[in-house]
Structure formats: structure tokens, C-alpha cells
Design a protein around this ligand. Structure first.
Ligand code: ATP
Ligand code: MG
Length: 423
């Protein structure tokens, strides 16, 4: 029978690659904990309407990229989440989670978009999603940006060189309406240069035209009326507030009036971290403020801001730059010749694990030669040999698999040895 294969654009991940994921997720968890953010877990499947109402009907995500389907058992219209923010907002409303005050939360998990798969662009990918709900800003806007910067620093990315911040303000609905009128009239004057998408969106969602990826429209879009020029005093003060904190923190950025982001719910602060190393998959992390979303989804009005970070893109970037080599890996592989008394071996291994070593025991028997081959292939730094002679002497033979050197370590000295080599 022909074996089944996975769905196009959806990837499997084995060690050692999965070790890099674990390592990265661990770095993120540690950082988020240190900044006072708590974990939230929400479903991968949500009602389709959540995304139609939240992200906006006339967006690439909802028009072309969403995995929407009918539940065959009850006819419900559902979707695989194309992003995590809407689900978190839905959950927060449903559980009145803002009742006791504002929230800072994070989640890491899969999201789904039916795009053309290529390097850094998949149909199932993963996001770190971080949200601050109930905070009007601009202090928290700047905090989120500085949090991402702290992550780059932790990972060894060079700010400004490997990754760069772009910032914009999308203002408030009234300011957008005034800009929209100017934008529509500008685009109408150049209608001949518009592609099919742009022509369709000219009236339904003209701001989206600025989000085009079509290279032949870039010049047109660059010269279009800028939303920044339509901001009122409060939106300007908000943007200035964010900028003041970033300036004080010595973070340099580009003010990019063309950045509109691919989702309709944003207002005021929007930002992206872009890299020159990943071609057209340049955005590693993007986010913004969504002060209207909670009310729009039926909740008591409250402001919000958050970002989504593409895990695969960040891992690709780290790999390109040879960073993040501290992947989670095995420390030791236990070679147990046939007949070795596991009643003696297992407590010794447990003692090593208690000292923080990752230890895998050989299972399934086999010659010493084949077991050493497994030890080499495991990626472990050490092989621990529990031969009959060693055990009789109350010792383990420790072989350094990198340089081949060996030493006998007595059972009583094993804990001290583990401490000396612990990662
Ligand atoms: P792009 O402009 O590259 O399509 P986007 O604006 O659609 O990105 P967001 O909706 O802001 O992306 O999602 C946040 C992050 O998720 C992106 O910055 C990117 O790192 C990542 N991302 C988005 N789409 C994909 C995908 N298809 N595969 C892998 N990562 C993705
Ligand atoms: Mg996209």
C-alpha cells in the first residue's frame, strides 16, 4: 500500500531540530516570566465568525488564506485559527477575565493559513503571541517592543543589523476615514496602474491596497497620501509617547508610514521587526494596538495591544546566523551490555538525572559495538558503560564521545562528576 504523506505546507519536526524549538521556547518562557506575563491556552478551532468579524472580511487572511469548514456533525461553521489574538480576546470576554484588572498574557502554538508554501512560509506555522489587555498605553506599547528587543538580545541577534524595528500609527477611525477619502481619490486618479486585488479593494478596504506585495505597484503606493499626515493631536501624542520611551532606551527604528499590517483591527501603534536575511519572508514579528476589537467582539470596551512572532522564521534567522546552538540535547547515553543488572543501573541513572543531566538508557540489547554506534548517533556528549567488570568494582566507565578519552568513576563519585559536566 502507498504510505500516506502529510498535508502540503505542514511540517514534521524531529530531533535535533525539535531540540532547537525546545531551547527557543524555553528562552521565551523564561523571558516572559521575568517580565510578568502569564501563559494562556486557547483552542486551535474557533467559530468562523470570530475571524470574519475580528480580522476583517476584506483581508488576505479571511479572503484567501483561511481553513474554514463545516462541522459535519452539527453544521457549525468553524475555522482553524489563522492567528491567536482573536481567540484570546474571545476567551477573555467569555470569562470576564478583565473584571479584576488588566492582563498581560502569552501563548505559543500552531496557526494555519492556506498560502503558497516556501522557505519561511508554511500552511501550518507557529506563533509566539503576546497580548496586553486593558492597558491604554503608550507605556505598555513601548514595553512590548522592548520585550521583543530583550528577546533578540538574549538570542544574540544584533539590533539594527540582523533585525530592525519599523513603527507606524494607524490613528483612530475618524482619522482613517479622512485619510481614506484622500487615498480613494488618489487611487482613482491612477486606476490604470491598479492590479485586480487593488481595484476590488479600492472601495471595500482601500487601506489594504497599501499592504500589497505586488512589486509593480510599489511606486504608486509609496506616493499615496500618508495616514500619518491625518493624525489628530491625541494620536500624535500617543505615538510621541511610544517614541519617547524607545528613544530613552536607545532603540533606533524607522517610522514607516506605509506599514498598515494585514489585519483590520489595528489602530494607533503598529510595528514590525524585519530582517534583511530572509528574502521576502522579512517580517519576523508584527503587532499593534486594537482598542476597538474587544467591543467589536461583544465585550465591555477595553483597549488592547499585542504581537505575533513567527517561530519558524525566527529559527531560520538564527540558523542563518549560526546562533542558538544551545539546543536541548542529550548529555549521556548509557551502554548496558546484555545481562547487566538494571536494578543497579536504573538508580544510578536516576541520580544523574536528578543532578540535571539528560540521560538515555540503551534498550533492546545488542553487541557493545552496536550500542556504541547508537551512543555516537544519539548526539550525547558521554557514553556511560555499565560493563560487568566495572559494576563488580562499583564503577562506571565514562567515555567522552568528543575526544575518546575515558575515566572510571565510582558510584559514590557519580554525583560530583555529574555536577562537573552539567549543562
Ligand atoms: P507576511 O507579510 O510575511 O505574510 P503577515 O503580515 O501575514 O506576514 P502576521 O499576520 O503579522 O504576518 O503574523 C505574524 C508573524 O507570523 C509574521 O511576522 C511572520 O513571522 C509569521 N508568519 C506569517 N505568515 C506565515 C507563514 N505562512 N508561515 C510562517 N510564518 C508566518
Ligand atoms: Mg501574510
Amino acid at each position: 500500500m502507498q504510505p500516506l504523506t502529510g498535508v502540503k505546507g505542514m511540517n514534521d519536526c524531529f530531533a535535533p531540530e525539535s531540540g532547537r524549538w525546545e531551547w527557543l521556547e524555553g528562552q521565551m518562557r523564561g523571558l516572559l516570566h521575568a517580565w510578568g506575563y502569564s501563559n494562556i491556552r486557547v483552542p486551535v478551532v474557533e467559530p468562523l465568525q470570530l475571524f470574519v468579524r475580528g480580522i476583517g472580511e476584506v483581508t488576505d487572511i479571511v479572503e484567501k488564506e483561511m481553513y474554514a469548514f463545516e462541522d459535519k456533525l452539527n453544521g457549525d461553521q468553524l475555522a482553524l485559527r489563522p492567528e491567536i489574538t482573536a481567540g484570546i480576546v474571545r476567551a477573555v470576554i467569555e470569562h470576564s477575565a478583565l473584571y479584576n484588572g488588566p492582563l498581560r498574557v502569552w501563548s505559543i502554538g500552531p496557526v494555519f493559513r492556506h498560502e503558497r508554501p516556501q522557505k519561511g512560509r508554511y500552511r501550518q506555522f507557529h506563533q509566539l503571541d503576546v497580548e496586553c489587555l486593558g492597558y491604554p498605553g503608550p507605556d505598555v506599547d513601548a514595553e512590548l517592543i522592548l520585550l521583543t528587543r530583550a528577546l533578540w538580545q538574549r538570542l544574540g541577534l544584533k539590533e539594527g543589523e540582523d533585525i530592525h524595528l519599523e513603527l507606524n500609527s494607524l490613528g483612530e477611525p475618524a482619522e482613517r476615514a479622512a485619510h481614506r477619502a484622500a487615498l480613494v481619490s488618489y487611487l482613482q486618479q491612477h486606476e490604470a496602474q491598479l492590479d485586480e486585488d487593488a481595484r476590488r479593494r479600492l472601495h471595500s478596504n482601500p487601506l489594504r491596497v497599501l499592504d500589497t506585495k505586488n512589486p509593480t505597484m510599489q511606486a504608486l503606493v509609496d506616493a499615496a497620501p500618508k495616514l500619518l499626515d491625518f493624525l489628530g493631536p491625541e494620536s500624535i501624542a500617543h505615538l510621541d509617547g511610544v517614541r519617547a520611551v524607545l528613544d530613552a532606551a536607545g532603540l533606533s527604528y524607522t517610522l514607516n508610514p506605509r506599514m498598515v499590517r494585514g489585519l483590520d483591527y489595528y489602530n494607533r501603534t503598529v510595528f514590525e521587526w524585519v530582517t534583511p536575511h530572509l528574502g521576502s519572508q522579512a517580517t519576523v514579528c508584527g503587532g499593534g494596538r486594537y482598542d476597538g476589537l474587544i467591543a467589536q467582539l461583544g465585550g465591555k470596551p477595553a483597549p488592547g495591544i499585542g504581537f505575533g512572532l513567527g517561530m519558524e522564521r525566527l529559527l531560520l534567522l538564527l540558523e542563518t546566523l549560526q546562533l542558538g546552538q544551545g539546543a536541548v540535547a542529550l548529555d549521556a547515553y548509557a551502554v548496558v551490555p546484555d545481562g547487566a543488572p538494571l536494578g543497579t543501573v536504573l538508580p544510578l541513572l536516576a541520580g544523574l538525572r536528578a543532578k540535571g543531566l539528560a540521560v538515555q538508557m540503551h534498550a533492546g540489547g545488542g553487541s557493545m559495538k552496536s550500542q556504541f554506534k547508537r551512543a555516537d548517533g544519539s548526539g550525547a556528549r558521554f557514553a556511560l558503560v555499565f560493563g560487568a567488570d566495572e559494576l563488580a568494582r562499583g564503577e562506571v566507565n565514562v567515555k567522552n564521545l568528543a575526544d575518546g578519552s575515558q575515566q572510571a568513576v565510582s558510584f559514590s563519585a557519580l554525583a560530583a562528576w555529574a555536577a562537573s559536566v552539567a549543562p
